[in-house]
Design a protein around this ligand. Structure first.
Ligand code: FES
Ligand code: FE
Length: 454
């Protein structure tokens, strides 16, 4: 199905049909999820040989397994006999995996190692034919991504300029990150409503999360004192929307406030303040601030409070969210605990911000049952035509405002490219040509003004 009549990133218009249609959803599983790099695990989730976790590429269950030699492999968690799930546990440690239907046994690498009565009932067991379907993997600073597509670009190329921003989330401190908490839940809304938000929508925070932010301001010392200064300064960030948004040709997006992302958690705030100079020396001053909210296309999100999450597609009208709290290994124990509790209070299923967001997404989805609602183009025009390249010390394509929709336009432009079904080498070439043409035009015309009235 051609979706190009539903998406017009140049004019900032997208029709709601892409969030509702079953046919488009099926095409997403084939053209988006089966061909993109999908987050599967972090090294710290698999410390020992035999450690495994189950994750998903779209709706395909995948087993990610630490091998005896320390490497990691992943394969489709589907028995080659009748398609039962090879391993039914979400995580654990195993010496091998036995399918609970007829007892085929798979090694940690996905090869079949025993078939009950195999020699009596099969002429031959061809290793390549009988092994579980392998996933192509990449490991970027401990973050393990997988794809089915042998022709997809190397993961570093897929990240492109976003690698610089990704490091601001995952490589702020020596020693990297470790998992301190996890939550899973299901929401009746399309996966893209979630994915586009960290890529592009800081705009909703001031309104959708207004009451949650107010409630989270720590109480004053007594009835006659004002709330703490540090917390009021954090709150003030929301009404001072100077900042930036980044958009990648591969659909990744990032947005951040120039004054830093607000936190209402005093333990985290104090620790960030105490380590600010150290982090600035490691990352450089522009990059320190660039950790706001981001999405690696299609469905891996990161938030400035050390939340990392995937939104698994579960039909056009449902998503399943998995959120990990990952704290810097270098942080003291009380900061790690504060980070764990911060996810619980903000972006877990019981979290205040998450519930605000869920109300919006569920209502958007419900409205799309209507005929006119699906046809009417939704407006994604914020900071349209204001993109610059390599400006303000920031790599890649950015706009100089945190309230912008450049990230979403970039995401849906790439979405449209992928949904066309064009093979990866053609897509990569087309993206490079598009970027070269834009850079040439900007060099000829000069950078666009930072504000519509400038
Ligand atoms: Fe797995 Fe038969 S389905 S052994
Ligand atoms: Fe939100």
């Amino acid at each position: 199905m051609d979706v190009s009549h539903l998406i017009d990133p140049d004019r900032g218009l997208i029709r709601g049909e892409i969030f509702h249609s079953q046919a488009i959803y099926e095409q997403e599983l084939e053209q988006i999820f089966a061909r993109s790099w999908i987050f599967l695990a972090h090294d710290k989730m698999l410390p020992q040989p035999g450690d495994f976790i189950q994750n998903y590429i779209g709706e395909d269950p995948v087993l990610v397994v630490r091998q005896p030699d320390g490497s990691v492999r992943a394969f489709l968690n589907q028995c080659r006999h009748r398609g039962m799930r090879i391993c039914r546990a979400d995580r654990g440690n195993a010496r091998n995996f036995m399918c609970s239907f007829h007892g085929w046994n798979y090694g940690l690498d996905g090869d079949v190692i025993n078939i009950p009565h195999g020699e009596a009932i099969y002429d031959a067991v061809e290793r390549a034919e009988f092994r579980a379907t392998p996933v192509r993997l990449a490991n970027y600073k401990g973050f393990i991504f997988g794809t089915w597509d042998a022709a997809a670009p190397a993961f570093e190329d897929y990240l492109g300029d976003f690698a610089w921003y990704f490091d601001a989330y995952i490589d702020r401190y020596e020693g990297g990150l470790e998992v301190v908490g996890m939550h899973k839940w299901v929401l009746p809304a399309n996966w893209k409503f979630n994915a586009e938000q960290p890529a592009s929508d800081m705009y909703h925070g001031e309104v959708s999360h207004a009451s949650a932010f107010q409630v989270m301001v720590p109480p004053p010392k007594d009835a006659h004192s004002p709330p703490p200064d540090w917390a009021m300064r954090q709150l003030g960030q929301l009404s001072n929307p100077s900042g930036f948004q980044f958009a990648s040709p591969y659909g990744h997006g990032n947005g951040w406030f120039a004054g830093g992302m607000p936190t209402m958690n005093e333990t985290i705030y104090r620790w960030q303040e105490a380590t600010a100079a150290q982090v600035a020396a490691r990352l450089g001053p522009e990059r320190v601030l660039s950790a706001g909210h981001a999405n690696i296309f299609p469905n891996f999100m990161m938030l400035s409070n050390y939340t990392f999450r995937v939104t698994h597609p579960r039909g056009p009208n449902e998503m399943e969210i998995w959120a990990w709290s990952m704290a810097p290994v270098a942080a003291p124990a009380e900061v790690k605990e504060a980070i764990r509790l911060d996810l619980l209070r903000t972006f877990s299923p019981a979290g205040m911000f998450e519930q605000d967001d869920a109300v919006n997404w569920e209502e958007e989805q419900r409205i799309l049952r209507g005929h006119m609602a699906r046809k009417a183009p939704l407006i994604y025009k914020q900071m349209l035509g204001r993109a610059r390249y390599d400006a303000d010390g920031l790599p890649g394509r950015t706009v100089p405002h945190v309230y912008a929709e450049e990230g979403a336009r970039g995401m849906y432009r790439h979405y449209m490219d992928m949904m066309s079904g064009a093979p990866w080498p053609d897509l990569t070439r087309r993206k490079q040509q598009r970027e070269d043409a834009e850079r040439r035009a900007l060099a000829a015309q000069g950078q666009p003004p930072a504000k519509p009235d400038a």
